[in-house]
Design a protein around this ligand. Structure first.
Ligand SMILES: [Zn+2]
Length: 326
């Protein structure tokens, strides 16, 4: 019960009023009276033991007004580094005394501090913990988020130096959105990956020529055919299997009767496009092995010019089948 969160106790019915209690106090009172009623132990004439207090001090301010906070802040010379330093060192000393009393070890060498300040000419401060100087840092990573003393950039980019690409059983999956994005990220120069703020990251990407990351032949051809080819590559095309995968249609089958109209079926199997397919194969078979991967992604094994010819023929197939046009 001690670890039970109050929200995990469902609403209870009050047996006296037959009404549902949802408030925390009402539920606690109901449970308390229920367990008292069924308790069989007798505590008549028993004096409860004195329980030792687990804390020496308690905070008994129930309410503090805005003016009281302003008064406290006015009394502090918060603009002066020496005053900040003195107060923080006092607090660290209190913490150290507490840790000694309760045998809790803190490691000063693993303790760091960061200063958030608008002023660029702020004086340095020196903090000591358990007799050792604490290291000052400019940023600190916590749960994957980097906090920086340059708090204009509180919106951090994920700057891990290298992400692991998830295991991909199929080549076609390894080239889909997430694995290919991770690979592209890992290909970026380290200084770009380490940029802390999102706007700065975007500007740098725009300024730098990163076209080496995307094959040139991905940009060729008529815009509509190029977009369709890209959608087929990323399995988000108007083919029934792609629509079925994202719950946009109830039936993934092809008009020819095949139960699955995916890109393999469209490019390599469907009897509705046999003539156009024969033409496609005839035009590309001297360039590379005929496979769905090569048709969708091209291949590093041939030149950019050869990939361009391959892609132009794939676009031509997409156009002539009229599968995506009325
Ligand atoms: Zn078909």
């Amino acid at each position: 019960m001690g670890k039970c969160r109050s929200t995990s106790i469902p609403p209870l019915i009050n047996p006296n009023t037959n009404e549902i209690s949802v408030g925390e106090k009402e539920k606690a009172d109901l449970l308390n009276s229920y367990f008292c009623n069924i308790s069989t132990s007798s505590d008549d004439g028993v004096t409860p033991p004195d329980l030792l207090l687990r804390t020496q001090h308690s905070l008994d301010i129930d309410e503090i007004t805005e003016d009281e906070i302003k008064d406290i802040l006015k009394s502090l010379e918060i603009g002066k580094a020496s005053d900040i330093e003195r107060r923080l060192n006092e607090d660290l000393q209190t913490l150290n005394d507490w840790s000694k009393q309760w045998l809790v070890d803190f490691n000063p060498q693993k303790t760091e501090y960061m200063v958030f300040n608008f002023r660029k000419d702020a004086q340095p401060i020196y903090l000591k913990f358990n007799g050792e100087l604490i290291k000052k840092v400019d940023d600190h990573k916590h749960l994957g988020v980097t906090f920086s003393d340059n708090y204009d950039n509180y919106y951090n980019t994920r700057n891990r130096s290298h992400y692991r690409v998830p295991r991909c059983r199929l080549d076609i999956f390894s080239k889909s959105f997430f694995p290919s994005s991770i690979r592209t990220w890992n290909l970026l120069p380290l200084d770009i990956r380490s940029i802390q703020s999102s706007p700065n990251f975007k500007n740098t990407i725009r300024r730098n020529d990163i076209s080496f990351l995307v094959p040139k032949y991905y940009f060729i051809g008529n815009r509509i055919e190029n977009i369709l080819h890209t959608k087929l590559r990323h399995r988000c095309s108007p083919l029934k299997a792609d629509l079925y995968r994202v719950n946009l249609v109830n039936d993934p089958s092809c008009e020819c009767g095949c139960p699955l109209e995916d890109s393999i079926h469209f490019f390599l199997e469907c009897p509705l496009y046999i003539n156009f397919r024969n033409q496609l194969f005839k035009n590309i078979q001297h360039l590379a092995d005929i496979s769905i991967e090569h048709i969708l992604f091209g291949t590093d094994e041939i030149t950019v010019e050869q990939n361009t010819i391959l892609f132009r023929n794939v676009h031509s197939y997409i156009r002539h089948t009229k599968r995506f046009f009325d």
